[in-house]
Design a protein around this ligand. Structure first.
Ligand SMILES: [Ca+2]
Ligand SMILES: [Ca+2]
Ligand SMILES: [Ca+2]
Length: 134
C-alpha cells in the first residue's frame, strides 16, 4: 500500500517534470546538424552508422555483444525486432543492429542518392531510423 503511493507520487512527479525537461530537446538543432560531420547538409550511411554504433554500445549494458528487446526498449518495435533478428535468438548483434539501420536508411532515401535530407528524415522510415541513432 505504502509503496504503491510512493510509486504514484514518483509517477506524478515525472509527468509534471517531463514537459519542462523535454522542451529543450524538441528545440534542439536538427538531427542532421548533430550527425553531419562533413557538413554537407545531409546524412550519409557512414554518418548514420557512427551514431548507431554509439547508441548500440550505450544500450549494450551487460557487455555480451548483443542487445535484447529490454535493452533496446522503445527504439525498435516488436515486429521490426523480429525482422532484424534472422537467427531468431531474440538478441541483436551489432551487425544485425547496423543492418536494420541500413535497411531503414535505404527505405528513407526515396530519391536513392545515398544521402538523407531533412525531408527524408521526416518520413516514417526516417523517424524509425533516428530512434536507432540517438
Ligand atoms: Ca553529411
Ligand atoms: Ca540475433
Ligand atoms: Ca536522399
Amino acid at each position: 500500500m505504502g509503496s504503491k503511493l510512493v510509486a504514484l507520487a514518483i509517477g506524478a512527479g515525472f509527468c509534471l517534470a517531463s514537459p519542462i525537461v523535454a522542451q529543450p530537446a524538441f528545440a534542439a538543432p536538427s538531427p542532421i546538424k548533430t550527425f553531419d560531420t562533413d557538413n554537407d547538409g545531409t546524412l550519409d550511411l557512414a554518418e548514420v552508422n557512427k551514431g548507431a554504433g554509439a547508441v548500440f554500445d550505450k544500450l549494450e549494458k551487460d557487455n555480451d555483444g548483443t542487445v535484447d528487446r529490454k535493452e533496446v526498449g522503445a527504439r525498435i518495435g516488436k515486429k521490426e525486432f523480429a525482422a532484424a533478428d534472422p537467427d531468431n535468438d531474440k538478441t541483436l548483434t551489432k551487425d544485425e543492429y547496423l543492418a536494420l539501420v541500413a535497411k531503414l536508411f535505404k527505405a528513407a532515401d526515396t530519391d536513392d542518392e545515398g544521402t538523407l535530407d531533412a525531408k527524408e528524415l521526416k518520413s516514417k522510415a526516417g523517424q524509425a531510423l533516428l530512434k536507432l541513432i540517438r
